[in-house]
Design a protein around this ligand. Structure first.
Ligand code: HEC
Length: 475
């Protein structure tokens, strides 16, 4: 039962971790996709700005120059450079939306040295040039940790670009500003460039943080509730198991009721005989008119002594049969004496001598009646063994001792050894060597012992002696 419960809890935790991992993975994928989408969106809008400048703004300024409204070599990057303008627009966007995107524009043979590609970017640029891909997404590691890199090529290359991107054609003002010696780009296709974002992975993780927190809390809550339910069911199972056990212990005690009543009647025989002989004496004295006050007192004293003994006997049995007594601390000798008292008549009837060797009168914390029950079981078994053997004198030796930090109570008899093959199974349910035995006695005894933090073991001391030891944990 316990094993099964642990298995269920284990399976639950496993499923919980699995579900959690799946959910986190799902949200991670989602966050990555969202980050990519957002990056594309911003990059595409930058590309659109570039297209607008190349397609509308620059031709308009050319027109103004032709009409003489603007001077022939007028140049101002704030109006004419799409790279400059788009960078400015990105900076505005970044501030507005709190973007953690690291924007960069790189080109082969750039006018602005800040647009020089590093090794990795150069590789990507070549990929674009050779048309290996139309967009580029990759998780990379740099000095700032893991980043999602998203790159798009700059579209709209046209011969008109060479109006500035070649030292031969560029306007005077621009040539002065950018110092463009050596920049000679004969073919428009050589001007490969890319705009890109680097987004720190840790920033991406926060994308769906709120949903993740809500969902994970919900999952945790649901699993927690389930676990609680399973635990409650398990507890209930354990409890009912305990109750059944308790019931069984009590029933097995009741089962010995018949024998115990026999015991009572044996114990009562002597006091009853004594009372009746005292009564006869009383009558005789009365007939002979010799009954005086002293004789009456003597009679009263004698009979009340016997009656006291009888009522004590009944009390002992009553206490033994009373159910649900609590655990308490008691000396081991107490429980030995009480057992012998209860079994006194039986022991006498079968001429069994009890020898005590209480070397250590240790304290035991247990259910008093249940320990008596175990001892009665063991002694009754010995009695049955004696009935089948010819050993004389019949001796049961009860000894106590401490060993290996355990408190031991040993009951030894000389009724003959038990077969070794039996010794192994003696405590299993429904094992019995007796024809009428239920085979529950020792099994129940072991069960009761375990409940009281003890174990029972049996061994042959020699070919005549068997010892049953109740070994208590030293709590
Ligand atoms: C009016 C002149 C002019 C024209 C026409 C022009 N550009 Fe530029 N371009 C510039 C200037 C100036 C810069 C440097 C801006 C800066 O300070 O970053 C630049 C920078 C760039 C850059 C960044 C790399 C670098 O060289 O610093 C790219 C890419 C680029 N231009 C592409 C184009 C394309 C494509 C076209 C044609 C559609 C084009 N340009 C037309 C003036 C021009």
């Amino acid at each position: 039962m316990r094993y099964k419960f642990q298995l269920i809890v284990g399976a639950f935790i496993f499923v919980y971790l699995l579900v959690s991992a799946l959910v986190l993975n799902f949200y991670n994928d989602l966050a990555m996709k969202d980050a990519k989408k957002e990056a594309y969106y911003v990059l595409e809008s930058i590309n659109s700005v570039r297209e607008y400048i190349a397609g509308v703004q620059r031709p308009l300024i050319e027109q103004l120059k032709e009409q003489g409204i603007l001077k022939e070599d007028f140049f101002d990057e704030r109006l004419l450079s799409s790279s400059y303008i788009s960078r400015e627009i990105y900076n505005i966007q970044k501030k507005k939306y709190n973007l953690e995107f690291d924007y960069k524009l790189v080109a082969i043979a750039p006018l602005n040295k800040a647009h020089e590609p590093n090794e990795f970017e150069a590789g990507v640029l070549h990929g674009f040039k050779e048309n290996k891909f139309k967009e580029f997404v990759k998780i990379i590691k740099d000095e700032n940790g893991s980043q999602l890199f998203v790159g798009l090529p700059i579209k709209n290359q046209s011969p008109s670009c060479l109006a500035c991107h070649s030292s031969a054609n560029a306007p005077q003002q621009m040539l002065e500003k950018y110092g463009m010696e050596g920049i000679e780009i004969p073919d428009v296709n050589e001007t490969v460039a890319m705009i890109s974002f680097k987004i720190p992975i840790r920033a991406i993780f926060t994308y769906h943080l709120q949903e993740v927190i809500v969902i994970m809390s919900a999952i945790t809550l649901i699993f927690g509730l389930f676990l609680l339910l399973v635990y409650k069911m398990h507890r209930r199972g354990e409890e009912s198991k305990k109750q059944t056990e308790q019931l069984m212990i009590h029933q097995s005690r009741l089962a010995s009721m018949g024998e115990m009543i026999g015991n009572i009647s044996h114990q009562w025989k002597q006091p009853l005989a004594q009372i009746s002989s005292a009564l006869i004496n009383l009558e005789l004295y009365q007939e002979r008119k010799k009954l005086d006050e002293a004789k009456i007192y003597e009679f009263i004293e004698e009979t009340s002594k016997q009656i006291n003994f009888m009522s004590e006997t009944v009390d002992d049995f009553k206490n033994f049969f009373s159910p649900n007594t609590l655990r308490k601390e008691f000396k081991v000798l107490e429980v030995i004496n009480q057992t012998i008292k209860i079994l006194n008549a039986t022991l006498k009837k079968y001429q069994i001598e009890v020898q005590l060797d209480v070397r250590e009168n240790f304290e035991v914390f247990a259910n008093f009646n249940e320990i008596i029950q175990i001892l009665i079981n063991i002694i009754n078994n010995a009695k049955d063994a004696f009935k089948q053997s010819y050993t004389k004198p019949r001796v049961i030796k009860i000894s106590t001792f401490l060993k290996d930090d355990r408190k031991n109570l040993c009951v030894q008899n000389n009724a003959g050894a038990i077969k070794n093959s039996f010794l192994k199974v003696i405590f299993e349910p429904h094992f019995s060597t007796k024809e009428s035995g239920s085979g529950l006695g020792l099994y129940m005894s072991q069960l009761i012992a375990r409940k009281n933090n003890a174990i029972i073991f049996a061994k042959n001391v020699d070919e005549n002696h068997v010892a049953f030891t109740i070994s208590f944990e030293n709590l």
